[in-house]
Write a protein that binds this ligand. Structure first.
Ligand code: NCD
Ligand code: ZN
Length: 449
């Protein structure tokens, strides 16, 4: 088999960067060294940075059900263009991924996707869905093992969001006990349905900013308290989805200190946007949980810095522009695309450039290139057993070659996402994905199988 040397680049790991050459043979990394002497072909990447392919453990690729918004193929293509080569897809498709049949259908569809690897969450709303999942876990055939290799965890919604997948509150104990018994990571979308319903009743405002009041910050905190108590009782590995509030960061910080098995993620839109953006972007940035005030955003960056926040995700949730541009903005669907823009935005911050065009006064939060690998590769892999890794010898790793100095402007029309728009239209970012080299795909990884 012939070998290819990537020469002169800087390799980014979760705890350091090193100037080393990378020798690839047969889709795997044979050697990493300052000077590799023997190779068949060479590619000079001087001045470029090499990241491992990122893992985004929260996307909505809309297949089956809504191909006009995204498909697995268009989603994976967009992800790859943004340096993301593994995506964990959420269950609120149509049909929702709450049966073995629906799960198997997604795995079958994913076979023809070549731009990235896909894993799937199993959704649970009612007791029958847990029974379906129990069957999937007990299936000891080759097919059963193949399906399980694509399972990354269980997802519950404490309140309705797009797709109306709210879990029956009477089932919560059973879900937590089930996931603990089967060592499955349980992801929770944390918003309190009663608080949200009350706030909606009290709301008199019609403008889009009211969305952040209808689903207030204390709703997230209340739901987080509920699930933390359940995780503590049952010993479940709980993962809080798209954390959006200062109070939420505080609750998780305290829970971790207490030894509760909790991890959490933050979505890029909560790191880069704030309620100040409603005036400019309207329903485009309607999302659940909602965009918060700058104070919360600052707390999320602090949570990244001090290690409370484990992962950065996109919560890539594309809707068509027509759906977003309805006459009554509060009726627009919640969800923001982002799988292609996460890495450029993060690279900008790592380069010390806050990319928000309307916020020249905001100083850049402390954040490094190594943080990107820690929060988008190392930690997602540890939490969801994804079979990805940093750039290491004898590993098959996707390589993302980045020009860290390249400045460019994000344009929705140039992105690969099927929905064709971005809330970051016109943002000048620093750091561009130049090339993505895919490893040989293998799915044989969940260590506990
Ligand atoms: C998501 C979607 O559109 O699928 N929307 C969102 O506002 N985040 C659903 C979800 O994850 O809540
Ligand atoms: Zn989501």
């Amino acid at each position: 088999m012939s070998s290819l040397l990537f020469q002169g680049g800087t390799i980014v790991a979760g705890d350091r960067t090193t100037k080393d050459d990378i020798l690839l043979r047969d889709g795997a990394i044979e050697e990493i060294d300052r000077f590799v002497e023997e190779y068949d072909a060479v590619d000079d990447i001087s001045g470029k940075w090499v990241f491992p392919g990122l893992a985004d453990c929260h996307v909505h690729f809309r297949e089956p059900g809504f191909p006009e918004k995204e498909t697995m193929k268009s989603g994976a293509l967009a992800a790859r263009a943004g340096g993301v080569t593994l995506c964990c897809d959420m269950p609120n498709t149509d049909p929702p991924t709450v049966t073995t049949e629906a799960f198997a259908d997604k795995v079958r569809r994913a076979q023809s996707v070549t731009d990235g690897a896909l894993r799937f969450f199993f959704g649970v709303r009612e007791a029958a869905h847990l029974e379906e999942l129990a069957h999937l876990l007990a299936d000891d055939t080759k097919e059963g093992r193949h399906l399980r290799a694509h399972l990354c965890g269980v997802k519950i919604y404490l309140d309705h969001s797009t797709g109306n997948q709210r879990v029956d509150p009477a089932l919560l104990d059973a879900v937590f006990a089930f996931c603990a018994a089967h060592e499955l990571t349980l992801v929770a979308h944390c918003e309190d349905p009663e608080i949200n319903a009350q706030s909606a009743l009290q709301n008199t405002r019609m403008n889009i900013a009211a969305h952040s009041l209808i689903r207030p910050s204390y709703s997230e905190m209340s739901a987080i308290k509920t699930v933390l108590a359940l995780a503590k009782t049952h010993g479940t590995h709980l993962h809080i989805a798209h954390l959006s509030t200062e109070g939420g960061v505080g609750l998780i910080r305290a829970a971790k200190a207490e030894g509760i098995a909790v991890t959490c993620e933050v979505a890029t839109h909560h790191l880069f946007l704030s309620t100040d953006d409603y005036e400019r972007l309207g329903a485009l940035i309607k999302v659940n949980p909602p965009i918060r005030s700058p104070k919360h955003r600052t707390a999320l960056w602090q949570g990244i810095k001090d290690g409370v926040i484990d992962c950065i995700v996109t919560d890539h949730a594309p809707h068509t522009l027509a759906e977003k541009n309805v006459a009554e903005p509060l009726q627009a669907p919640g969800g923001i695309p982002g799988v292609e823009t996460m890495l450029p935005l993060l690279l900008s911050v790592a380069a010390g450039k806050w990319p928000h065009p309307a916020e020249p006064h905001v100083s850049c939060p402390p954040f490094t290139y190594e943080d990107i690998v820690r929060l988008c590769v190392v930690n997602p892999n540890r939490i969801f057993h994804l079979g990805v890794s940093e750039i290491e010898e004898d590993k098959a790793v996707d390589l993302v070659i980045v020009d860290p100095a390249k400045q460019w402007t994000i344009r929705g029309a140039e992105l690969r996402t099927q929905c064709g728009w971005t809330p970051y239209e016109g943002w000048m970012v620093q750091g561009k994905v130049e090339r993505v080299i895919r490893r040989k795909e293998d799915v044989g990884r969940r260590t506990k199988d």
